[in-house]
Structures are given as structure tokens and as C-alpha cells.
Design a protein around this ligand. Structure first.
Ligand code: MG
Length: 331
């Protein structure tokens, strides 16, 4: 089966900075087409994937795809036996197969899965790291978005939140992107709670589960794991260490695995967030179809770029509105 792939440079509205890295002018994504279905992936170096590794993986996988692409579970199981890791590449394939099947049957993805499109949450809107005053200006410009996710992980974290609280009383999520030590996290979270922060994402190192558990046991805010969790099989070991998990399609390998993660997380009593990378409306809309199943959505990657090749999911006062066209439903 042929996989047609294309690399696109998504231009950023602003340079985007988190605790461990900065992205300047653009971010590369790969879109794929398989028998009329389309998908996209935004590989991350943090997970050892690049557009080059994705291209090589796609070339390896393409000749092995069966003629019957309808049985997506079987196709993805075959791909999994063929090549380990490479979840960003697998995510693009999985997404294209879902789009293809939805188009073939003539229903949007949420309907294919029996989900209620009214039950989508509001997405948060991310403010990258910068000088406190610059971040405050970005918050003022984010008037359209009712929930903010603030990137932290600097010596000035509390100063930043205090400055932002001077310009907004909106709900705030904080993402430290692994930057804090466990003790530092407990101390900072206590102060952040006083500033009305609602949850904390990935305070400490990804593999330090004891550190995460220490933070969770000594903090009043929900602790959500992001970098610590990629696949459903990561969840049992994490379940006593955090309150919730953040799913990303490019981390886990696509929509099938995302469903598995949601169900395994729920079985362990965890909260579920679905997040994203900097992606076009193709990747963001595919993830948005899952949001009737989650507690928190952080699907704003398409809002941070200037040259989105697609239109798909839209927002109404921050609430995700799913397109009704078949498949992912982007135009
Ligand atoms: Mg995160």
C-alpha cells in the first residue's frame, strides 16, 4: 500500500519556550495520505523522533500494509510487530486509517466511536515561558480563551504567576515540563495554590516515580503526568504516583492507543487530559474527536501557527466544536 507523505513547516506566531527548550520560527510536521485518508504527526526530539526518523519508518511500514485497511486494530498490531517505538510515525498512519474509515462509512470520528459531540470540554490556551511582563501581555492577548496553561520551570516561577494574576482571574494550569526537584515542587505548588492555580503538569523528572509520588502526597493540587507516560502499559506503575495523565497522539502511537490509555487510566481512577504538540488543525482535530471522553483538553497547537493548511475543530468561548464532515472532518 502506498503512503504519500509531505513535510510542512508550520510558522509560529511567537517563539515558543518551555523549561528545556525554545522553538524559534517554525515547527516541522509530516502529513500522510493512505487510500484517501489523511493523518499528521509532529515528531519530538525529546522522544527521539524527527521528520527524518518518521520518513524512514513510513518507508519501512508502507510495503507491509494489507489491502484491507478497515480492520485498523489488525493493521496497527501488524505495524507494531514490524517496528518498535516510532510512535509519532505510527500515529500518522493510525490517524489516516481512521480518517479513511470514517470517510468510507460516511460518519465523523466521534460518531464512529459512539461519542456525544456536545460533551467536549474547553481547551486551555498555552502561554510559553518569557519575561513576566511579556507573558502578561500574552495573557491579555488571550482574551478569547477561558482557561490558560502557563509554562513554568524557572527561578522566577512564583513571580511569573503573581504577575499574571495581576491581569487575569481565569483558571490556570501550570506545566513545569520536568524542571523541578520534588522538594522544590512541593514548595512551589503550595504557593501556586494560593494564586488559584488548578492543576500541575509534570513537576519532576519523567523516570523518578518516587519523586512524583512525594509531590503528589504532599500537594493539594492534582498532579498530571505528561513526559512520564507514553503508552497504556506505563499507567499501572504511575497510578499511585499521580492524579492524572496527559495523552498525546504523537507520544502514544495514535487514536487506538489513546482509547486504550483512557480506559486503563479510568480503571485506575485517574484524571485524563489530552494534549498536543505544535500541530496543524489536522492533528488537533483528530485528537479533539476523543475529548468527549476526557476531563481536560489542551488542544491549542493550531492556534499558535500562522499558516494552518486545514480548518477543522473550532472554538466557541473555548469549547471545542467538532466538525461534522466524515472522518476527521478537516477541509
Ligand atoms: Mg506537558
Amino acid at each position: 500500500m502506498n503512503i504519500v507523505s509531505r513535510i510542512t513547516n508550520l510558522q509560529l506566531k511567537h517563539p515558543f519556550k518551555i523549561a528545556r527548550r525554545a522553538t524559534d520560527a517554525y515547527r516541522q510536521v509530516i502529513s500522510v495520505e493512505i487510500d484517501g485518508g489523511i493523518g499528521e504527526t509532529a515528531p519530538a526530539r525529546f522522544y527521539s523522533e524527527t521528520v527524518e526518523t518518521v520518513s524512514v519508518a513510513l518507508e519501512t511500514i508502507a510495503p507491509t500494509l494489507p489491502n484491507n485497511l478497515d480492520a485498523i486494530h489488525d493493521v496497527m498490531a501488524t505495524v507494531e510487530t514490524l517496528i518498535g517505538g516510532n510512535y509519532a510515525a505510527k500515529s500518522a498512519i493510525d490517524m489516516a486509517l481512521h480518517d479513511r474509515l470514517g470517510k468510507k462509512i460516511g460518519v465523523p470520528l466521534y460518531q464512529l466511536w459512539g461519542l456525544n459531540p456536545q460533551k467536549t470540554p474547553c481547551t486551555s490556551f498555552t502561554i510559553g515561558l518569557d519575561e513576566p511582563e511579556v507573558m502578561a501581555e500574552k495573557v491579555r492577548n488571550a482574551e478569547a480563551y477561558p482557561i490558560l496553561k502557563i509554562k513554568l520551570g524557572t527561578p522566577r516561577d512564583i513571580e511569573i504567576i503573581a504577575t499574571l494574576r495581576g491581569v487575569t482571574d481565569k483558571p490556570i494550569y501550570v506545566d513545569a515540563n520536568t524542571a523541578w526537584t520534588p522538594k522544590e515542587a512541593v514548595r512551589k505548588i503550595r504557593e501556586l495554590a494560593e494564586h488559584g492555580v488548578e492543576l500541575i503538569e509534570q513537576p519532576t523528572k519523567p523516570n523518578d516515580l518516587a519523586g512524583l509520588k512525594f509531590v503528589r502526597d504532599n500537594s493539594e493540587l492534582p498532579i498530571i503526568a505528561d513526559e512520564s507516560v507514553k503508552r497504556a502499559s506505563d499507567i499501572p506503575a504511575l497510578a499511585e504516583c499521580v492524579d492524572g495523565i496527559n495523552i498525546k497522539l504523537v507520544k502514544c502511537g495514535g487514536l487506538l492507543e489513546a482509547h486504550r490509555i483512557i480506559h486503563v487510566a479510568r480503571a485506575h481512577g485517574l484524571l485524563v487530559m489530552i494534549g498536543c504538540m505544535i500541530e496543524s488543525s489536522l492533528g488537533i482535530t483528530a485528537a479533539a474527536h476523543l475529548t468527549p471522553l476526557v476531563d481536560y483538553a489542551d488542544l491549542d497547537g493550531n492556534l499558535l501557527i500562522t499558516n494552518d493548511p486545514y480548518t477543522g475543530v473550532t472554538l466557541n468561548n473555548g469549547k471545542l466544536i467538532l466538525p461534522e464532515h466524515p472522518g476527521i472532518g478537516v477541509m
